[in-house]
Every structure is written in structure tokens, then in C-alpha cells.
Design a protein around this ligand. Structure first.
Ligand SMILES: *Cc1c(COP(=O)(O)O)cnc(C)c1O
Length: 411
């Protein structure tokens, strides 16, 4: 029997507890367990954006471009050092995860025209699959979609068997968007390298909640969101990573002026810079980029290792408190799971809506799954306890049955 008192004790001993104050929490009764979809608003963000809007844009006008021009690379270097385990000059912020995935995948395919196959996980996030399908259709390539277990993730033997000398590119998520199952990054990179293929990682569900080690694990390419565990705000620009040694051999498909050497010479032909900026395209969304700065400062202060440590324990707490009638649809071993836990129930969508009505926000994913994402920077153990308590009450009273099962536009 786990009591609320026990949750309070865990919070009292939590070294990250004080960081909850760095976020705007204006409804203390609301339990927010969807930080894996949209992170909370950091308290420093509004003032920082206000200064950027009024002083830098309002007063500074076009003169402030001298400052703004480097932001994508500077923030990229901070992400590289504190979040992604990459070297300076290997990460930059730009576009969306989807667009970055397209740019890097297309660059790999253009560089190895003799290989005609792209490998992916059949259960991966939709945008990753669609972008691969589009690239394959455009170039007459084949897609090898590997069956994987919806809850346990991809089997390494399955992947190994699919890698032959026709495979140019492997696209995989580090943590599954649905179950949270983690892929072993170093093992996958080694397998692919042996087969002469390049892996493009999607870190959307691990960046900021797991100590990603791109360099040490031998990763070549990666992309990911900054609006989930990194709290950069809705639509914040994504990041992309290219291993330094690979950079000059890759040419991205969108030849924009932000990738151009001597950009303001306005030269006749496209000559991309040597640096990571060669993967940029056009003018960055400066206001959205600005919001990543104060958000990243909180992650840096906490340290990703400590975030991971608390994240594992929050996940275990969800699993220990999960009501009977809901099946854990995530790996039970915390070392094999990212930042969220998924629970399965035939009425999960109704339950998700009913939970929102009693002040617990999480989300629903097909099929029949409730996703619980207790972001460690601002989620307390009592929050998880309260959420599971309300969930248990809903299941017991069957009050969720009054909710419709018509799907929403956004779930
Ligand atoms: C959230 C998420 C995305 C989102 O991509 P956008 O281009 O920002 O819409 C992509 N891939 C994965 C794995 C995600 O979880």
C-alpha cells in the first residue's frame, strides 16, 4: 500500500523539487502529465520574450540581427554540451523535426545512390514514416518497415537481419512515442556501421529526459523537438545533429541562403559553409528561438543525469500505482524505458477525457492507450499519486462511460 504520505516524503528528499518554482503553475489543483507532448512554460520565458520583443525588435529593429544571427548555433552548442552529448559545432536549431528529418535523410540518400533501401520501425511516429515513404517514392527506393512490438519496441536481431549492403539509411526513434521503449543507441550504431548504413535518430522523446550520448555512442545523425521535455514552447524550432566527420560529405536538398558561405555577399551560386550551418535553410523564427534559451537554462541547472534519475523513479511510481484493469504497455524495466509510461484499457480515450475533467492532463494514443508523461523538472511524486488516485476512482465508478468515444481533432 503506497500512501500519499510516502509520496510527500519522496518529494521532500527530491534534489530537483525546488525547480518546480521555475515554471508557471497557476492552477495548483491541476496535475499535468503531458510534458512529453508540450512542456510547461518556464517562469523566465515571458519576461525574456517581452525584452526580446520590446527592446530587441521594438527599439533595436533590424540592427539586432547582429545578435540574432548566431542564436541557432549558440543554442545548438548548449544543447550539444548539456543535453545531447555532442561536440561544439555539431548541433544547430532550425525548422521542425519533420523538415530536419527530410533534410538529413535526403542528404544521406544523395550520397549513397548505389544503395536502394531505407529501413525503419513499422511502429515509429507517423511523421518519420511518412517522410521516409515520400523520399522513397520520389527516388524509386524501397522501404523495409520492420515489425516491432508495440509495447516492448524493436528487437535488435530483427534489425540486424534487415541490414544488408542495399541499405543506405536507417531511421529510428531513440524512445518510442507510444510505449517509451528505448533503443540501444550504441548497439544500433555499431550494427549499422558494420553494414555500411547510416542511422538517423529521432530524439524527440529522449532529449532532455535521458542522458543522450551522441558522440560516445558513435551516432552519425539526429533530429528532435525542443517543445517536449525541453520546454521551448509550442512550435519551438527543432534541433539537428551531424557528426563532424560526416559534415562535408553531406549536402542537404534545400539550398537556402542561411547555409551559404559569405551569406551577405549575395553570390551567384550556392556554396554551403563547412560548419553545421550548412544544414540551415532560411530566416529562423527568432521569437520561438528566443523561448528555447530560458527553458534550456533550467535543464542545464538540473543536469540531465539527475533528471533521468528522477524520471525513472516517477515512472516506477506510475507503474506501482497503476490501477487494476489497466495494463502497463511499456517496458517494466526502467533502464529500457524513456520518460513516459503507457497504460492500456479498451476505454482509454474515454478515460483520458474523463481524467481531464477531474484535473489530470495526460494524452491518448492509438490503440487504446493512455500516455502518462511526468516530466521530472516540475512533476512531484504527490502529483503522480493524486493522478493515479483519481484514475482509480474513475475506473471504480465507471464515470468515464458518460464520455463519447468519437475521436478528437487533437488527442
Ligand atoms: C513529437 C514528434 C515529432 C514532431 O515533429 P514535428 O515536425 O515537430 O511536428 C517527430 N518525431 C517524433 C518521434 C515525435 O515524437
Amino acid at each position: 500500500m503506497i500512501t500519499r504520505r510516502m509520496a510527500e516524503e519522496l518529494d521532500a528528499a527530491d534534489p530537483l523539487a525546488r525547480l518546480r518554482d521555475r515554471f508557471v503553475i497557476d492552477d495548483p489543483g491541476l496535475v499535468y502529465l503531458d510534458g512529453n507532448s508540450l512542456g510547461r512554460l518556464p517562469a523566465a520565458t515571458a519576461d525574456f520574450l517581452d525584452a526580446v520583443v520590446r527592446d530587441q525588435w521594438g527599439t533595436g529593429l533590424v540592427r539586432t540581427w547582429h545578435t540574432w544571427i548566431d542564436w541557432a548555433s549558440r543554442l545548438g552548442d548548449r544543447l550539444a554540451e548539456h543535453v545531447l552529448g555532442a561536440r561544439p559545432g555539431e548541433v544547430v536549431l532550425s525548422d521542425s523535426t519533420s523538415v530536419n528529418l527530410y533534410k538529413l535523410a535526403a542528404a544521406v540518400l544523395a550520397g549513397s545512390p548505389e544503395r536502394r533501401t531505407i529501413v525503419l520501425d513499422a511502429e515509429d511516429f507517423p511523421t518519420d514514416r511518412y517522410i521516409v515513404q515520400g523520399l522513397a517514392a520520389e527516388r524509386g527506393l524501397s522501404v523495409r518497415a520492420l515489425p516491432s512490438d508495440v509495447d516492448a519496441g524493436l528487437d535488435l536481431d530483427e534489425l540486424s537481419a534487415a541490414l544488408d549492403d542495399d541499405v543506405a539509411l536507417v531511421v529510428l526513434s531513440h524512445a518510442s512515442y507510444r510505449s517509451g521503449a528505448l533503443n540501444d543507441m550504441a548497439a544500433v550504431n555499431a550494427l549499422a556501421r558494420r553494414a555500411g548504413a547510416v542511422v538517423l535518430w529521432d530524439l524527440s522523446h529522449s532529449a532532455g529526459v535521458f542522458p543522450v550520448q551522441l558522440h560516445a555512442s558513435g551516432a552519425d545523425l539526429a533530429v528532435g523537438c525542443t517543445y517536449k521535455y525541453l520546454n521551448g514552447g509550442p512550435g519551438a524550432p527543432a534541433f539537428l545533429y551531424v557528426r563532424k566527420e560526416l559534415r562535408s560529405t553531406l549536402r542537404q536538398p534545400i539550398w537556402g541562403w542561411f547555409g551559404q558561405r559569405d551569406q551577405f555577399r549575395m553570390g551567384t551560386d550556392y556554396h554551403p559553409v563547412d560548419g553545421i550551418e550548412r544544414f540551415l535553410v532560411g530566416t529562423p523564427p527568432v521569437l520561438s528561438l528566443a523561448a528555447v534559451d530560458p527553458a534550456l537554462a533550467v535543464v542545464e541547472e538540473a543536469g540531465v543525469a539527475r533528471i533521468r534519475d528522477k524520471g525513472k523513479r516517477l515512472g516506477e511510481f506510475v507503474i506501482d500505482l497503476a490501477p487494476t484493469g489497466m495494463r502497463v504497455a511499456s517496458p517494466l524495466d526502467s533502464d529500457r524505458r524513456g520518460g513516459h509510461v503507457t497504460l492500456e484499457h479498451p476505454d482509454a480515450w474515454r478515460i483520458c477525457q474523463a481524467l481531464g475533467h477531474v484535473g489530470v492532463i495526460c494524452d491518448y494514443r492509438e490503440p487504446n492507450r493512455l500516455r502518462i508523461g511526468p516530466s521530472p523538472l516540475y512533476t512531484r511524486f504527490v502529483d503522480v499519486w493524486d493522478a493515479m488516485d483519481r484514475l482509480r476512482d474513475l475506473l471504480a465508478s465507471r464515470a468515464y462511460e458518460q464520455w463519447g468515444d468519437a475521436p478528437g481533432r487533437v488527442t
